[in-house]
Write a protein that binds this ligand. Structure first.
Ligand SMILES: NC(=O)c1ccc[n+]([C@@H]2O[C@H](COP(=O)([O-])OP(=O)(O)OC[C@H]3O[C@@H](n4cnc5c(N)ncnc54)[C@H](O)[C@@H]3O)[C@@H](O)[C@H]2O)c1
Length: 427
């Protein structure tokens, strides 16, 4: 229990005053009785006041905590998206409702369109109304977008364009993806036991709204053949802000950061390295090193246990996060958070819309449910509630329940909906 510091110091000062008066009285033993009486009153008042202030400093904090924990009202923009999106997001909302009921919060959902379903309804992958509602919400919960139906559309009209546009519009510059090998799913890990060793528990912090995905690009024809280029551009401030997210994240974990670049070839990477090295000096307690991206791709399958936090630019991060998630088993288990400078965040599973199993109640909703848990922790400061959801997922897995993608011998296969129900029952 942490006390209210101001009150605690007031109390300590009053107690010190009372002690000083006590010694003063001892010196003034022979002074006439009215003055002595007056000083005794002050001594008693100071002592009493001091003790009350110290007790209150703890009590006040407790009351504040209670106030923070209960009766919170949050508005969540919900983008169910395409393919399995509606199925998995429905289960995550069910879990959030259970959390709201248990902890006496109120979550208001505002459903908006993005991706293929938005193209069908409005002709745009990211309607302005969706941006407006997301910007006015406390956070955004997303399923997945895209599918074969929209694959032939031109680049700027494809569902994925909506996702990139939304990240940019919300200023979400850091994507955070944990990769943790759950002991109960160890069989799903494609690496040999001797490589996995004590386990895998790493976090990739990926820059999200810069680099090649947002740089100038063009396809043109010259001398009868097509030529295409993309540009990677980073400013010092863009690198610095995401580097700070990584170092702060490391402080809450095992205090180690690997910055990944291609500084032996690319100018943008040389600037990246220069800035991250400068930021590292502000975090002397965090062990820091640079690594080339090709080496990192290799080290992830050779010795993944060496990593704690990896920070890297947009394109390298996109590839490394998929690799980091695959070595822990199923793609249906991994959540992600995209954060900016404030509390608002976009929370989504790392997988796509899985059109091959869409509408069959077969999808694994756990990545989306764990994304909702990240929302509780990072956007709403509800650590206890987030832990409750994560523990509920763990209990269900330990009890042997599995969706098809993580099914193994001796376990009980359940549907997407049943998995959501089981997790709710354990909250
Ligand atoms: N953030 C996003 O919205 C996002 C991300 C990646 C891909 N996509 C889009 O999704 C579509 C399909 O892409 P893809 O097939 O390359 O990748 P995918 O992640 O959708 O599917 C890859 C494989 O994993 C399985 N899978 C994925 N999630 C699962 C889950 N929760 N439970 C069980 N199995 C699951 C699928 O059935 C499939 O076999 C494409 O249109 C792509 O552009 C969207």
């Amino acid at each position: 229990m942490k006390p209210d510091k101001k009150r605690l110091w007031q109390g300590i000062l009053l107690v010190i005053l009372a002690i000083l008066l006590f010694f003063f009285l001892a010196v003034l033993e022979r002074v006439t009785s009215p003055l002595q009486k007056f000083l005794v009153y002050i001594l008693l008042l100071s002592l009493g006041g001091g003790i009350i202030a110290i007790v209150m400093s703890f009590a006040r904090d407790d009351a504040q905590k209670k106030e923070r924990k209960y009766n919170m009202q949050k508005t969540i923009a919900v983008i169910k998206g395409d393919g399995i999106g509606p199925e998995i997001v429905t289960e995550a909302m069910k879990v959030l409702d259970k959390v709201a009921e248990k902890y006496n919060h109120k979550f208001t959902y505002k459903e908006v369109l993005m991706g293929g379903c938005a193209i069908d309804a409005t002709g745009e992958p990211l309607p302005q109304q969706t941006i407006d509602i997301c910007q006015c919400s406390d956070s955004v919960l997303l399923g997945a977008v895209g599918g074969p139906k929209w694959d032939t559309l031109p680049g700027d009209r494809r569902p994925e364009k909506g996702l990139l546009g939304l990240r940019g519009a919300l200023g979400l510059f850091a994507n955070i993806r944990p990769s943790h090998l759950n002991p109960v799913l160890a069989d799903a890990c494609p690496l040999k036991n001797e490589i996995v060793g004590d386990g895998i528990d790493l976090m990739v912090v990926r820059e999200l709204i810069g680099g090649a995905y947002f740089g100038k690009r063009e396809t043109y024809v010259k001398d009868g053949e097509k030529i295409a280029y993309d540009t990677t551009k980073y400013s010092e401030s863009e690198v610095e802000r995401v580097a700070r997210v990584a170092f702060q994240m490391a402080r809450k974990r095992r205090s180690k950061v690997n910055s990944v670049d291609k500084a032996n070839v690319l100018d943008s990477s040389r600037l990246w390295r220069e800035v991250v090295e400068r930021v590292a000096k502000d975090y002397p307690d965090v062990e820091f090193s640079n690594m080339l991206v090709d080496n990192c791709a290799m080290q992830l399958v050779r010795n993944p246990g060496q990593f704690d936090v990896i920070v890297t630019e947009n394109l390298f991060g996109d590839i490394l996060t998929d690799e980091a998630s695959m070595i822990t088993g199923s793609i249906g288990m991994i959540p992600s958070a995209s954060l900016g400078s404030g509390k608002m965040g976009l929370y989504e599973p790392i997988h796509g819309s899985a059109p091959d199993i869409a509408g069959q109640n077969k999808a694994n909703p756990i990545a989306t449910i764990l994304s909702a848990a990240m929302m509780l922790r990072y956007s709403f400061d509800m650590d206890v509630e987030a832990k409750n959801v994560e523990d509920a997922v763990q209990k269900v897995l330990e009890a042997g329940y599995r969706t098809g993608d993580i099914m193994s011998e001796g376990c009980k296969q359940v549907s997407c909906q049943e998995m959501g129900d089981l997790i709710c029952q354990n909250i």
